[in-house]
Design a protein around this ligand. Sequence first.
Ligand SMILES: Nc1ncnc2c1ncn2[C@@H]1O[C@H](COP(=O)(O)OP(=O)(O)O)[C@@H](O)[C@H]1O
Ligand SMILES: O=c1ccn([C@@H]2O[C@H](COP(=O)(O)OP(=O)(O)O)[C@@H](O)[C@H]2O)c(=O)[nH]1
Ligand SMILES: [Mg+2]
Length: 242
Amino acid sequence: MWRIWRRVGSLSPLFSSPKSSILRQAPYRLNFLGILSTENGTPATIGFFSKEKTPFIAFVLGGPGSGKGTQCAKIAEAFGFTHLSAGDLLRKEISSNSENGAMILATITEGKIVPSGVTIKLIRREMESIENNKFLIDGFPRSEENRIAFERITGVEPNIVLFFDCPEDEMVKRVLGRKQGRVDDNIDTIKKRLKVFAALNLPVINHYTRRGKVYKINAVGTIDEVFEKVRQVFDDCKQMIK
Ligand SMILES: Nc1ncnc2c1ncn2[C@@H]1O[C@H](COP(=O)(O)OP(=O)(O)O)[C@@H](O)[C@H]1O
Ligand SMILES: O=c1ccn([C@@H]2O[C@H](COP(=O)(O)OP(=O)(O)O)[C@@H](O)[C@H]2O)c(=O)[nH]1
Ligand SMILES: [Mg+2]
């Protein structure tokens, strides 16, 4: 059984339940390759959804500029995770002139959300090609539709969700100071992204809060100060990270 028990710590004010299961205990599930896999593993599955290879997944969420990417880089280094930034994967698609490139560019420029199928395909491709069992999925899911599609396609839920909680004025300041040449790092797009965050992304965080999976982290402070709080979360979760 894929059942784990989580310690409840002072770090996790959003916990609604002291225990949760890694996987929803569905009678069957589809793996990334579309192979039907039963609870007891028959027929044999390939990829992540065989029991031996089911990865530990942390979704890393928060508004634009809350520090997701910065903290993910530090978590990856300190705890051996593979960092998958959904935004970076989409930007790579744009620069590789893929068939969806123009649509993705227009969507990002407007601060809207790329269709779930496109983003999940990119995440899936990375997860299948990387030999690691610990993934940080940064900036995804950004809507309930994203979340439901991911869970339907993979048959799994994230083990934990980090939520970087940051005041809007601080997020705006950080995004405008980012200087990475991004098409969406301008005041007009940021305003739209903040609205999209409140309308579509917060419901995802609320959903996982109800599932007892969210670690809410105050994102105000220096990068190192924030990372100390993040480190405590991952130290706390060591038992459940394979
Ligand atoms: N704790 C922090 N304090 C000040 N600036 C930060 C902090 N964390 C990140 N930044 C800076 O803010 C900008 C946005 O950070 P980033 O990690 O890209 O956020 P996100 O991925 O959530 O949009 C970057 O320029 C980054 O260097
Ligand atoms: O799952 C995702 C992740 C990103 N984006 C798009 O890519 C942009 C930039 O995302 P990223 O995570 O890079 O931004 P950040 O929050 O780090 O500033 C978002 O505003 C969306 O337009 C998306 O559509 N789906
Ligand atoms: Mg980012």
